[in-house]
Write a protein that binds this ligand. Structure first.
Ligand SMILES: Cc1cc2nc3c(=O)[nH]c(=O)nc-3n(C[C@H](O)[C@H](O)[C@H](O)COP(=O)(O)O)c2cc1C
Length: 380
């Protein structure tokens, strides 16, 4: 059975994606801020958390379904918003939406998506959420909010941790910009990856479909996203009657303030280390924020989770739901829709296996009690 899977671990997906993608595209997906220490730490910290195995529990058909906000999902994980997913492989956005629907998990559609928010909602249906960046004039953001409402999105995510786009050295070095500026370096890079290059050329070079820079649909990752502030959040809460989630919280005071603004969920994240290289690992902020906002505030977590055990650890440390970013793009780049399907299946299988080891039948029972010896030194 394993033989029919194209991906049996995150590391597989990454290795295959690295082989298939031009370096500039792989670096755009994997790269982080500065010296990329924060993104490494995001994943490494999971290794310092131990889980407690419990014996002789009767385990049958572990329940992995998760109630979150007013949704009933089949699993406690979903797909974080990512711009320009079609760069991973042509048709990636459509694959994401259809696969999220099949798995009954949320897909977060980025403002910088390479398909329109209307198309993504049509392909993905009810569990498709829209993520808002405030790029440039605030009026453009309100137009996006109106479009999201007209397309019948029920959940809006405001990303707040990109006041300016950080310096991502790999992108700067590679001259990453869409449409591509093809100099000699890029030409050689693309020529060495003909499968990706010809497929992408054949389907048309991806562009951001939800916003414009002047007269062009150019994806300039250095464009300012600084238009959101506390007043904007209040105005958004006033206007958006559906679920409102604020993404990118790492500080307990910010968490309290966001909670007081009346949001429906807080998303603990350091943007996968793509913004502040000296950020502590996002997982270390999670229990602190849980303690601050109390047991009833819904919390989403992302940054660094790579496998099912990581998902369980984040749940044990206070998250209600876990999102993944890069692994999803890597799986798509590795083997397109099949890669994504295989990766999501492996997450599901891993969570079931871990629950059995912990003597737990029902995901709802995951709490701090499953942590071995309390919480690790790095988390405290
Ligand atoms: C290629 C890429 C593009 C991203 N684009 C966005 C975006 O448009 N909006 C956003 O809120 N976050 C964006 N993120 C951040 C993710 O939503 C998420 O916070 C991060 O990837 C989680 O860390 P992980 O990659 O370690 O799972 C992006 C991340 C990646 C890797």
């Amino acid at each position: 059975m394993l033989g029919s899977k194209s991906i049996i671990s995150f590391e597989d997906a990454r290795a295959k994606a690295k082989r298939k993608l031009p370096r500039m595209i792989f670096d755009f997906i994997e790269g982080s801020a500065g010296r990329e220490i924060a993104s490494d730490r995001n994943s490494e910290i999971f290794n310092d958390i131990f889980l407690k195995s419990k014996v002789l529990a009767e385990i049958k058909d572990p329940k992995l379904n998760s109630k979150f906000l007013n949704y009933s999902f089949d699993f406690p994980f979903g797909i974080a918003p990512m711009g320009m997913c079609d760069l991973a492989w042509p048709g990636a956005d459509k694959n994401l939406a259809e696969t999220a629907k099949k798995f009954n998990i949320p897909l977060c559609v980025s403002t910088a998506a390479s398909s329109s928010l209307e198309d993504l909602k049509k392909w993905g249906k009810d569990q498709t959420w829209f993520q808002l960046y405030v790029n440039g004039p605030t009026q453009d953001a309100w137009t996006l909010v109106d479009r999201a409402k007209a397309a019948e999105y029920k959940t809006l995510i405001l990303t707040v941790d990109v006041p300016v786009v950080s310096r991502r050295v790999r992108d700067l070095r590679n001259g990453f910009i869409v449409p591509f500026k093809i100099g000699l370096k890029q030409f050689v890079d693309f020529s060495l990856h003909p499968h990706w290059s010809l497929s992408t050329l054949f389907k048309g070079i991806p562009e951001p479909k939800n916003f414009r820079h002047g007269s062009e649909n150019r994806f300039d990752r250095n464009a300012s996203r600084a238009g959101a502030n506390w007043e904007f959040l209040d105005a958004l809460r006033e206007k958006w009657k559906g679920n409102l989630i604020v993404k990118g919280i790492m500080d307990t005071d910010d968490a309290s303030r966001v909670q007081n603004a009346g949001v429906d969920a807080i998303w603990v994240s350091n943007h996968g280390g793509r913004q502040l290289d000296s950020s502590p690992p996002a997982l270390s902020a999670l229990p602190k924020i849980r303690n601050t906002v109390g047991p009833n505030m819904p919390i989403i977590f992302d940054s660094g989770a790579r496998n099912g055990e990581d998902v369980v650890k984040a749940l044990a440390l206070g998250a209600n739901f876990v999102m993944l970013g890069r692994p999803i793009m890597m799986a798509l780049a590795a083997s397109s829709k099949k890669g994504l399907n295989d990766y999501l299946s492996l997450l599901k299988d891993e969570i079931g296996v871990v629950m059995a080891q912990l003597g737990i039948n029902d995901l709802e029972k995951i709490s701090g009690d499953v942590l071995y010896d309390g919480i690790s030194k790095n988390i405290r």
